[in-house]
Ligand binder design. Structure first.
Ligand code: PMP
Length: 422
């Protein structure tokens, strides 16, 4: 039998705990209190369940990462740069790596001096840096609908308002864009022009040119997020917004170009880069300084030696061949096991198939059934900030080998059937 005093002290402890839970909420910033966890990151926990086939994560195929090349680069990084590899480094990144990035960028039509490339901890950090450097609370950012979820999180975290417009390979709703600028002070426009996440869409040259002209006319900074650009396996290269601004409009101040080694080398290195207009370079460095001083020196040396080894171009050829093959195998399986069920957007590169249930089925309900069939995907609604299309889905094919595609879609077909029967 607990003594009365024990009970009282337990009660008061419970009250205390309750109070501290409540007050821990109120201690958080208003932004943090309204910030929800990424539904996709939460969903990805299911992908660890044994036997699960995941069409959910936008991750590079583990079997296609050049572990041999990276092992050699790691060895060199540790061996030949003992004094530097394990030391603090420059905020803008190691010159050694920036030179390698610059020469790759120039080969793609993006004129960038090593001195104006900021190495970041993944391209995600580049987005965060840009948001911190440019956005005040209440500022507006133009985003496509749907768009990359974690970019929406960054803009929300900065206290900015996102204003949406529709864009696809067939066109952009410029009437809507003009009405948005007429009624709001817009600072940034965020775009994923190549093989976008989530829709896989690539913007055509005329739309890109019109967007740059629009941004110049309305004094808006374009944030060009391009982590998938190197993974084109069909069609022709389309000039970047960065290049168009410079070449067609003689404007060097309009586009912040962002890219990453996550999809082409290894996401675990956590390395990306950002090429802002020169006049903003030092401000962005200051913003990064307050976040992490600099990106991992070890990772930068590994990436630098890997690029110097000349293996990346060969690896890109291999990746493109494999992803094209995986895309086609998934489409074939869908046409065999799910005829007339999904309307698909077939990408020219990258990792994502975007689809809509023709019958208007709710993708979240299908996902519940799919999880019990050990297959998963991402309901498209998570990528919308205004009006979600509940029947849209994102299917990532990067990790689905052709032999797995058939089984994945068979399981999906059962899940769809069960959802329809409910
Ligand atoms: N932008 C887009 C469009 C992405 O899809 C991703 C990764 N999913 C990122 C940025 C962030 O990638 P990382 O930080 O690994 O470079």
């Amino acid at each position: 039998m607990p003594k009365d005093t024990d009970r009282k002290s337990n009660e008061s402890e419970t009250n205390l705990n309750r109070r501290s839970t409540n007050s821990s909420e109120s201690m958080l910033s208003r932004r943090m209190q309204t910030m929800s966890s990424s539904a996709i990151r939460d969903l990805l926990r299911h992908s660890k369940i044994p036997g699960m086939i995941s069409l959910a994560g936008g991750i590079p195929a583990p079997d296609l990462i050049d572990t041999e090349g990276l092992e050699a680069a790691t060895f060199r990084a540790v061996e030949s740069a003992r004094n530097t590899t394990f030391q603090y480094g420059l905020t803008e990144g190691e010159l050694f790596l920036r030179e390698e990035i610059a020469s790759r960028m120039v080969a793609q039509g993006i004129s960038a001096e090593p001195d104006h490339i900021l190495v970041t901890s993944g391209s995600q950090q580049a987005l965060d840096i840009v948001a911190r450097a440019f956005l005040d609370e209440g500022d507006s950012v133009l985003v496509e609908e749907p768009t990359y979820l974690a970019a929406l999180q960054v803009f929300n975290m900065a206290g900015a308002k996102t204003l949406v417009f529709q864009g696809d390979q067939y066109g952009i709703d410029f009437t809507r864009l003009e009405s948005l600028v007429a009624n709001n002070r817009i600072k940034l426009m965020y775009l994923v022009p190549n093989f976008s996440n989530p829709t896989g869409t690539t913007l055509r040259l005329p739309e890109r040119t019109k967007l740059v002209e629009f941004a110049i006319r309305h004094d808006i900074m374009i944030v060009e997020d391009d982590p998938y650009g190197d993974l084109r396996y069909d069609g022709e290269h389309v000039a970047s917004l960065f290049e168009i601004a410079e070449q067609s409009f003689n404007s060097k101040n309009r586009v912040i170009y962002i890219s990453s080694f996550s999809k082409t080398v290894a996401p675990g290195l956590r390395l990306g880069w950002c090429i802002p207009p020169e006049s903003y370079f030092h401000s962005l460095c200051r913003a990064k300084q307050s976040m992490d001083l600099h990106s991992s020196t070890l990772s930068q040396y590994i990436a630098g030696y890997y690029l110097k080894s000349g293996r990346l171009d060969g690896r890109l050829q291999l990746l493109k061949k494999a992803y094209k093959c995986r895309r086609d195998a998934l489409i074939k399986a869908i046409s065999e096991h799910l005829p007339n069920t999904l309307e698909l957007n077939v990408p020219d590169g990258g990792m994502f198939l975007w689809g809509r249930f023709v019958s208007g089925l709710d993708a979240s309900l299908v996902l519940q059934q799919a999880l019990s069939q050990s297959v998963m995907f991402v309901p498209g609604k998570y990528f919308y900030s205004e009006t979600p299309d509940l029947s849209s889905i994102r299917l990532s094919f990067s990790t689905i080998t052709p032999s797995l595609a058939d089984e994945a879609v068979k399981r999906l077909a059962i899940a769809i059937q069960r959802t329809e029967q409910r």
